[in-house]
Design a protein around this ligand. Sequence first.
Ligand code: NAG
Ligand code: NAG
Ligand code: NAG
Ligand code: NAG
Ligand code: NAG
Ligand code: NAG
Length: 353
Amino acid sequence: MSDAEKPNATQAEATSTKPRRRGCLGHCARFWWAYLIALIVVIVVVVPVILLVAVPKIAQKKLDEAELTLDGLTVTQTTPTQMLMSLNSTIRTDGSVHANIAGFEGIMYLEDLEPRTPFARIQFPPTTAAALQTVNVTQTLTIHDVAALTTFNTWLANNETVRVTVEGDTTVRVRGIARNYGVTFKKTLTLAGLNKLAGTRVEPTLISLTPDANGNNFRATVYIPNPSVVSIELGNITFRNYLLGQEVGTIFLDNLTLRPGTNVHPMRATIENGPVIAALGSKPFCEEGGVLPFEFSGESVVNNGEPLPYFADALKTFNQTTEIPIGAQVKKDLDVTIPCGGLGGGNNEEEED
Ligand SMILES: *[C@@H]1O[C@H](CO)[C@@H](O)[C@H](O)[C@H]1NC(C)=O
Ligand SMILES: *[C@@H]1O[C@H](CO)[C@@H](O)[C@H](O)[C@H]1NC(C)=O
Ligand SMILES: *[C@@H]1O[C@H](CO)[C@@H](O)[C@H](O)[C@H]1NC(C)=O
Ligand SMILES: *[C@@H]1O[C@H](CO)[C@@H](O)[C@H](O)[C@H]1NC(C)=O
Ligand SMILES: *[C@@H]1O[C@H](CO)[C@@H](O)[C@H](O)[C@H]1NC(C)=O
Ligand SMILES: *[C@@H]1O[C@H](CO)[C@@H](O)[C@H](O)[C@H]1NC(C)=O
């Protein structure tokens, strides 16, 4: 049995391998030129297609899939022509491609406003395609286009969210391939805006009938929420102050840097007494403890003696309404309660009853 099987097995091996080898020898020898052409095609066409088309496409695709988040943005030393900008950002990728991305200049523009005019140019440092990496940039930002920067600041000041696109051409070097591939870095960020400074609160600390040395008759602590990740050195700001549609004075916030979160800051103001007293004595305010709805909108922003119109013009575009408990402070500082119908006459005593 074993004797009979063995030759069978070897024969089977022989029949299965020998004709193939013999076939290739004959085939390959006769058609060597076809194999050479195929090899040349691979070298001349396929490899370059992979290197010139597939790899850059993959590199671009991986870059497009990467996610950019802005963790913090600070502008300081603000002047009419430049400012110092510092940002912390994070780039997340799936980490599958080992590549180095060259440093590049990125432009920033509002995604939702045509035409797309850059308001800033940022020098991004070289990065890798690591799964998670922080990119921090500190640079002097020269203001090339005041109008575009003013528009960006206006959107940031007014809106709940602002979409900003960062775009720039750079090169990628994939590990193992000694070539730089041109790619475009383009990411749209959704940033929280200042939302018209909604939620601003004013707590009066001093009200006087006669102005102080600065001409101010009103002092308060102001609480300004900043829901964004942006910190801005503004300097000295003034706001126009309105009461019931009428301009009644000026608010001053000195040396203000608006930081993320709630900003607690001293406030001083020069406010006309007449309209305030009239409002305190009229309904419904006299019945509600003298809480008056003041409106304010930006007037000027001056830092170290230099006007910054790209901030001031943004703050001019909206009014923020703040309910200020004036009546209680008037009672405290001036020892007067203004009754419905105003001061004077016997109304005062009737109110007390
Ligand atoms: C960036 O992060 C560092 C370290 O946490 C911090 O000191 C700095 O204020 C941040 N800068 C910005 C612009 O958020
Ligand atoms: C960037 O700043 C972050 C803080 O936001 C810090 O954790 C990180 O180490 C910094 N990265 C670099 C490369 O400096
Ligand atoms: C953002 O605010 C500006 C100025 O108020 C306004 O014109 C624009 O439509 C707003 N954009 C979005 C997307 O809300
Ligand atoms: C703010 O309100 C005042 C009074 O109601 C008005 O005269 C002014 O035009 C408003 N400003 C803006 C920018 O809407
Ligand atoms: C504002 O800053 C300047 C210089 O730093 C200082 O002289 C001035 O007293 C500050 N004013 C207020 C109101 O804090
Ligand atoms: C704000 O104004 C005050 C008084 O005019 C001045 O002493 C101070 O230096 C100004 N602050 C800034 C940041 O410009």
